[in-house]
Every structure is written in C-alpha cells, then in structure tokens.
Design a protein around this ligand. Structure first.
Ligand code: SF4
Ligand code: SF4
Length: 99
C-alpha cells in the first residue's frame, strides 16, 4: 500500500496561487445538459451572454455589430440559465452524450 501524504505535502485549498488559472479548468466536463442555440430564432439580444455565470457565451462581431452568439462548450457547465432567460426560446437543453 502506498504511503498517504502528510498534511504538509497537501496543497492549500481554496487559494488561487496563480492569476487567470481558471482558464485551465475546463468545467465543461461537469455538464449533464448541453445548451443548443437555434440560430434561426436568435435575435442577438445577448441576454444569454449577460446572465451566463461562466462567461461561456461567445459573441462574434462584424463591423461593430453582433453577428452571432455561440456556446463555449469547454467552459459551459450546462446550468440552463441561458435557456431560461432567452426571450425567443432559441436555446434548448439536451442531455449530454458522452463519447
Ligand atoms: S438570449 Fe436567445 S435570442 Fe438572445 S442572444 Fe441569446 S440565444 Fe439569441
Ligand atoms: S448552460 Fe449555463 S454555463 Fe452554459 S452557456 Fe448557458 S448559462 Fe452559461
């Protein structure tokens, strides 16, 4: 049986030791449901972008105007807030399929 580390060897918890380290935490792997945007219903109001707690709604702009919104699945946790706030019901939540 391998020896368990002593308390001095265990990293300190709840402390951010490096600025911007959350970029490395791809929280999308936690997701049970995946938001899917129907771009034919999207009116680019950006409510989903405003309310997403993970900054996982990406905006594409062209000539200073919002052209399209997409989900960054590397970080989206699948909370469903974007689908709730979307005024045109352009976002549906589907079960995540692994593999
Ligand atoms: S909230 Fe809905 S309509 Fe508004 S930008 Fe997001 S997907 Fe499009
Ligand atoms: S499901 Fe949650 S985390 Fe994912 S894009 Fe929508 S609001 Fe953001």
């Amino acid at each position: 049986m391998s020896k368990k580390p002593g308390w001095r060897e265990i990293p300190i918890g709840t402390v951010l030791t490096e600025a911007g380290s959350s970029v490395k935490l791809k929280t999308g792997s936690w997701r049970a449901y995946r938001p899917i945007i129907d771009h034919t219903k999207c009116v680019r109001c950006l409510m989903c972008w405003l309310f997403c707690p993970d900054f996982s709604v990406k905006i594409s702009e062209k000539e200073g105007k919002v052209e399209r919104v997409d989900i960054d699945y590397d970080y989206c946790k699948g909370c469903g807030i974007c689908a709730e706030v979307c005024p045109t019901k352009a976002i549906r939540m589907e079960p995540e399929v692994s593999g």
